[in-house]
Each structure stands twice: as structure tokens, then as C-alpha cells.
Write a protein that binds this ligand. Structure first.
Ligand code: ADP
Ligand code: MG
Length: 272
């Protein structure tokens, strides 16, 4: 669906992206992780054409998005964005926050828009909050409203730039679960940028960025089995992966790349 081909980006003499190539298939979940300043948001802004790459190309269904006659609004409609900071209107109810795009951009009549919005609120588990104002919601709930608002526009792809950065563990979990559910049920492509490694455990592919480059790429299991390398890129390896790695070093016969607590328990029980 999207081919990022040798993309680079410079701000003056500062090279922020260097030779980035990623193929994004329809329906997959992509995790992009990396330290702050690695270039993750810039890559995302290039995808959405908020920034123009200084080198390389980005193809959307085989056609360059950098061509002069691209219809920018149509292109952007196919991308849904959820940002780190909650992008909700504080003076509008939850329901109105979800319908506003449908009504103002898609010109869908109020009643129809509200029906659709209620379905979406149900999907993100916030049906009962339709008439509430954002100030009464937790951080995780706000992000789920933002996700419902993006989903209302029927994008092919939802891009989330650190949507959980401001949340407590419970809120983080609810946002990630919601994204996974939409991917599974609606077949929507998810690009999830985060610096919490546990959040990409269920991704189809993971990319690790450091200093403007992709330094690791693979399935979560492939990536998580390279603990030393991850530490080199200052990534916080999940505790269970770290523990399994240390046990392997001490000679315990465990498989590499353990991602979840249950996997470690299973593997240990088999041994003892
Ligand atoms: P991340 O999202 O991984 O934290 P960013 O893409 O936000 O990283 O930033 C990567 C680098 O690019 C940083 O050094 C940042 O200061 C720089 N940068 C980002 N946007 C601009 C800009 N508009 N002008 C100059 N430098 C920028
Ligand atoms: Mg960023």
C-alpha cells in the first residue's frame, strides 16, 4: 500500500532521516520504536506531507505522493492521525467530537453522523460517555475518543504518534487494545510510533530507529531476541525478555525472544 523508498530529510545541515525504506502492507500493524529525537515524528510528517522529504520517494498504491498534481486533501483523508497530545475539542461533548469530522468535512447529516458515531463509541468501549465533556474523561478514554473520531473518517490507515505517552499503564493498555481490535475487525492498517517496547509485541513488523536511520527490522520475536543490540540503542527491553535473556546466559535452555510472561512460565514449567 505504501512504499517508503530511500527517504531522507534534512533541516538545513541537520540530517534527520537517512535512507529510510519501509514497505507497508494493507492490514498489518507496524511498530516504529526509537529514542526521542530518532526521527520518528519527522518520518510520519513526511508520510502525511506535513514535511517534504529532501530525498527518495513515497509511493501510495504505486504512485508517488510527491508528484505535483497529487490531490492532497483526498490523500490525507485516507490517513488517520492520532497524536501524543489529545486532539479533542474541550467545549464539545464526546459525541460531537466524533461527529464533527463527518459533519463538517464529509457533510453527512446530523442524525446519520450520530448513529455512526455511536457505533464507533461502542467499538472503543465508550458508548456510555457520549454526552460527557472531555474534561471528565481519563487520558486513555480521551485517546479512544480521538481514535473513534479518526475512524469515523474511514481511513485506510491509522497513524499514531506516541498516543500513549501521556497515559498511565491502564490507559496505555486500553489504547493499544483498541488499536489492535480495529486492526482485527476492520482490517485497518496501523502504524504505531512509541517508545514503550511492550506496545509492539503484537505488531506484524517492528522497526527500530536511531539517529535518523532504521537500525533493526523484523518480527517482534526477531527484534526482542537481540537484547544487547536493543540496549545499545537505549531501548527499554521488557522485563520478561530481559529476565529470559539472563537465564539463557546462565545456561537455562529457553527459546530466544520471549515476549510475554506466559511464554516464560510455559518454557520454565517444561524444563522443571
Ligand atoms: P522523534 O519523534 O523520534 O522524537 P523527531 O522526528 O521529532 O524525533 O526529531 C528528529 C530530529 O529532528 C530532532 O533532532 C529534532 O530536533 C529535529 N527536527 C524536527 N523537526 C524539525 C524542524 N522543523 N526544524 C529543525 N529540526 C527539526
Ligand atoms: Mg516524536
Amino acid at each position: 500500500m505504501i512504499n517508503i523508498e530511500h527517504v531522507s530529510k534534512q533541516f538545513g545541515s541537520l540530517q534527520v532521516l537517512e535512507d529510510i525504506s519501509i514497505n507497508i502492507d494493507q492490514g498489518d500493524i507496524f511498530g516504529i520504536i526509537g529514542q526521542s529525537g530518532a526521527g520518528k515524528s519527522t518520518l510520519l510528517r513526511c508520510l502525511n506531507l506535513l514535511e517534504t522529504p529532501t530525498g527518495g520517494d513515497i509511493l501510495f498504491h504505486g504512485q508517488s505522493i510527491l508528484r505535483k498534481d497529487l490531490k492532497l486533501d483526498e490523500y490525507r483523508e485516507k490517513f488517520g492521525m492520532v497524536f501524543q497530545l489529545f486532539n479533542l475539542f474541550e467545549n464539545l461533548s464526546v459525541l460531537d467530537n466524533v461527529t464533527i469530522g463527518l459533519r463538517k468535512v464529509k457533510k453527512i447529516p446530523k442524525e446519520q453522523a450520530e448513529k455512526k458515531a455511536m457505533e464507533l463509541l461502542k467499538q472503543v468501549g465508550l458508548e456510555s460517555k457520549a454526552d460527557v465533556y472531555p474534561s471528565k474523561l481519563s487520558g486513555g478514554q480521551k485517546q479512544r475518543v480521538a481514535i473513534a473520531g479518526v475512524m469515523a473518517m474511514h481511513p485506510k490507515c491509522i497513524v499514531m504518534d506516541e498516543p500513549t505517552a501521556m497515559l498511565d499503564p491502564h490507559g496505555r493498555k486500553s489504547v493499544i487494545e483498541t488499536a489492535k481490535k480495529l486492526n482485527k475487525e476492520e482490517g485497518i492498517t496501523v502504524i504505531l510510533i512509541t517508545h514503550y517496547m511492550e506496545e509492539v509485541v503484537d505488531a506484524d513488523q517492528v522497526f527500530v530507529m536511531d539517529d535518523g536511520r532504521i537500525v533493526m527490522h523484523g518480527t517482534p520475536r526477531e527484534i526482542f531476541s537481540r537484547v544487547d543490540e536493543l540496549k545499545k540503542y537505549r531501548m527499554d527491553v521488557p522485563q520478561v525478555t530481559m529476565l529470559a535473556d539472563e537465564l539463557i546466559r546462565r545456561g537455562v535452555d529457553l527459546p530466544k525472544g520471549i515476549l510475554r510472561r506466559e511464554e516464560l512460565v510455559e518454557a520454565l514449567c517444561r524444563l522443571y
